[in-house]
Design a protein around this ligand. Structure first.
Ligand code: GUN
Ligand code: ZN
Length: 453
């Protein structure tokens, strides 16, 4: 198949690639050629051309962190993390004991995610092994690329969502044996100790061991909310900091995805960088639950690996286009707030400049560069792929990459239904004015998994 369309990708954080009249050859699930249409067509004279102009082709989007069973509980507003879990989330997760409900939710969720451009989804399920198996089956059928894990909890959760340690480890291992690497690696397993407060040391250590044994992923939450931090400190007095709880359980490595990471100390960041873990930035969730704003630019500058996640149901939408916009907005609000606080601090009388300097440092007031649409697009494509260790195979429109891509109608984000001649501006509109109908088609490994009628 030789597709003719405009091609837009972000192979690096500060780099946009745009081919106004592009050609993309897809063979055997891979991109075998890409570039200017004339040049590509001349290299493949026998291939039939599928002319998709005026649509654009983008790499498929990678949602690195979401809770599929929480789809029915989105936008339950008014509470911070811990009471929100108790009031809204645990009841929704308990309903996944009902297999028919789990399958139906998974079908809707995965179709909706594909229709919004997510071709790779990294998902938490619930403690229910049968429901997790059913979710894997739905993912297998619909064609999405997915990393999925049964949520593990052996303490500090409602009775209906608690499992004993051995059962949690055994059923997680069984699911990993069944699903990890399925369909040539399209489906993968993530051992999923929910977060330190709901896991015993034994459970976390067991999960780390199993993940290493099977070469599977690990996903959990880290440093999202200040009350959560205080609780972790009480539960694990021996740990130097939150990340150290996971390090002691051997949960940190190159295949570890850590949701949020808003309130991280310098030694935690050094540890995560040295061990090659990835953080998942979830800006809409961070705002919704009033958790805080992640110093994204600073973390990136320090060399941390970061991707983006919707964190549904704390994030209210499955749209990664929307999440990209939220990431840009969050970085701007953070910078604006730093500038306001710096100005106010400057006006405080009765303390020395040296003291002001110390306060500014303690409050992290050094203004950071803001994230633009191109940067957010990178995080949602190649950056996410890199966090999964797939940066050389996924997230770009280049020969040798897997054919996960979107066909997008950029006119829907334009105020006058036009196509901007400036690709950076068009991308900015896709991100800040994302329209739920943007995605016309979504492909995973060359298979069309979504088509808008
Ligand atoms: N921390 C532990 N569990 C959760 C969850 O379900 N959502 C979010 N946002 N944070 C968590
Ligand atoms: Zn989460």
């Amino acid at each position: 198949m030789l597709i003719r369309a405009s091609l837009l990708s972000a192979p690096a954080l500060q780099e946009l690639h745009f081919e106004a009249d592009g050609g993309l050859v897809v063979e055997g699930g891979f991109i075998s050629d890409a570039g200017a249409f004339g040049a590509v067509a001349s290299r493949h004279p026998g291939l039939a051309v599928e002319d998709l102009r005026p649509f654009w082709i983008l790499p498929g989007l990678v949602d690195l962190h979401a809770h599929l069973p929480q789809y029915e509980a989105v936008a339950a507003d008014g509470l911070e993390l811990l009471p929100w879990l108790e009031r809204h989330i645990f009841p929704a997760e308990a309903r996944f004991a009902d297999l028919a409900h789990a399958s139906a939710t998974a079908r809707s969720y995965l179709q909706d995610a594909l229709s919004l451009g997510t071709t790779t989804a990294v998902l938490y399920t619930t403690i229910h092994a049968d429901a997790t198996d059913a979710i894997f089956r739905e993912a297998e059928a619909c064609g999405i690329r997915a990393v999925i894990g049964k949520t593990m909890m052996d303490r500090n959760a409602p009775e209906a969502l608690l499992e004993d340690t051995a059962t949690s480890l055994r059923t997680s291992e069984e699911l990993c044996r069944t699903w990890h690497g399925r369909d040539g690696g399209r489906l993968q397993y993530a051992f999923t100790p929910r977060f330190a407060p709901s896991c015993s040391r034994e459970l976390m250590t067991g999960a780390g061991r199993l993940a290493r044994d099977y070469g599977a992923f690990i996903q959990t939450h880290l440093a999202e909310n200040l009350q959560e931090l205080a609780w972790v400190h009480r539960l694990f007095p021996e740990a130097d900091h939150y990340a150290d709880v996971y390090r002691r359980a051997d949960l940190l490595g190159a295949r570890t995805l850590l949701g949020h990471g808003i309130h991280l100390l310098p030694p935690e960041r050094t540890l995560l960088r040295e061990l090659g873990c990835s953080l998942v930035h979830c800006p809409s969730s961070n705002a919704f639950l009033q958790s805080g704003t992640m110093p994204l630019s600073a973390w990136l500058e320090e060399g941390l690996s970061v991707g983006l996640g919707t964190d549904v149901g704390a994030g209210p939408s499955l749209s990664m286009f929307r999440e990209m916009g939220e990431a840009c907005t969050a970085s701007k609000l953070r910078r604006a707030s730093q500038q306001v606080q710096t100005a106010r601090l400057g006006r405080v009388a009765g303390i020395t400049d040296e003291q002001k300097h110390q306060i500014a440092e303690a409050l992290d007031l050094e203004p950071q560069p803001t994230l633009d649409a191109a940067g957010a697009f990178y995080l949602a494509t190649r950056g996410g792929a890199r966090a999964l260790g797939l940066g050389d195979r996924l997230g770009a429109l280049e020969a040798g990459f897997e054919a996960d891509f979107l066909v997008v109608d950029v006119r829907l984000s334009d105020p006058f239904g036009r196509i901007s001649p400036n690709p950076a501006q068009a991308l900015s509109r896709l991100v800040y004015r994302s329209d739920p109908r943007l995605v016309q088609q979504a492909y995973v490994r060359g298979r069309r998994c979504f088509h808008r009628d």
